[in-house]
Design a protein around this ligand. Structure first.
Ligand code: INI
Length: 177
């Protein structure tokens, strides 16, 4: 059985009439959210966390339904995200961190392993894991994306996580028991 979406996708995507659509929205009512956040580059990751918490509040997630797990750095984000997801307490998990190319000769390893590990955490558990990890060439680029002129990637990750949680719950609700 296929559920019909209330509204079609926004933005550039056009979906022709007549098909079933599973389209979630960043609705936080009755959802619990886990956040794993790196302490490395903490002046940037604190701003990502502020952005994520603000977006969750706007989406209706009460503060008491949000848990935050700080970890040393981006490399530890996947393990933290996987552990949060495996508790089955959270509708979604948000991973926040910041890797700056100039700061480390092993940028590619830290950023690459964090990205693939976070993807794995979502795929293995079925719990949406949003990628709120900045991978930047410079501190200035990071600042622009942590509440500066390019927005706040923590807030974007929060909305994405909630949207995916809603999309998957619509799909589950459409499956006859
Ligand atoms: N961790 C980050 O989150 N950002 C960085 O830019 C960074 N640099 O530059 O090295 C970084 N390194 C630490 C890494 O994530 C691990 O915590 C560490 O290697 C221990 O496992």
């Amino acid at each position: 059985m296929t559920e019909r979406a209330v509204e079609h996708a926004a933005g550039e995507l056009r979906i022709p009439e007549g098909v079933g659509v599973y389209m979630g929205s960043p609705n936080g009512a009755r959802r619990s959210v886990g956040i794993v956040v790196g302490r490395f580059n903490g002046n940037i990751t604190s701003r990502l966390l502020d952005g994520a918490l603000e977006a969750l509040g706007e989406a209706g997630v009460p503060r008491e339904r949000i848990d935050v797990m700080p970890v040393p750095g981006a490399f530890e984000l996947p393990l933290g995200a996987m552990a949060l997801a495996k508790t089955r307490r959270y509708a979604c998990v948000i991973a926040l961190g910041c890797v700056i190319r100039g700061d480390t000769p092993h940028f590619e390893y830290v950023a690459g392993e964090a990205a693939s590990g976070l993807q794995l955490a979502g795929l293995e558990t079925g719990v949406p894991v949003a990628f709120g990890l900045l991978t930047c060439d410079s501190r200035r680029q990071a600042e622009e994306r942590a509440g500066g002129e390019k927005g706040n990637k923590g807030a974007e990750a929060a909305r994405t996580a909630l949207e995916m949680a809603d999309t998957l719950s619509r799909l589950r609700a459409s499956i006859p028991r």
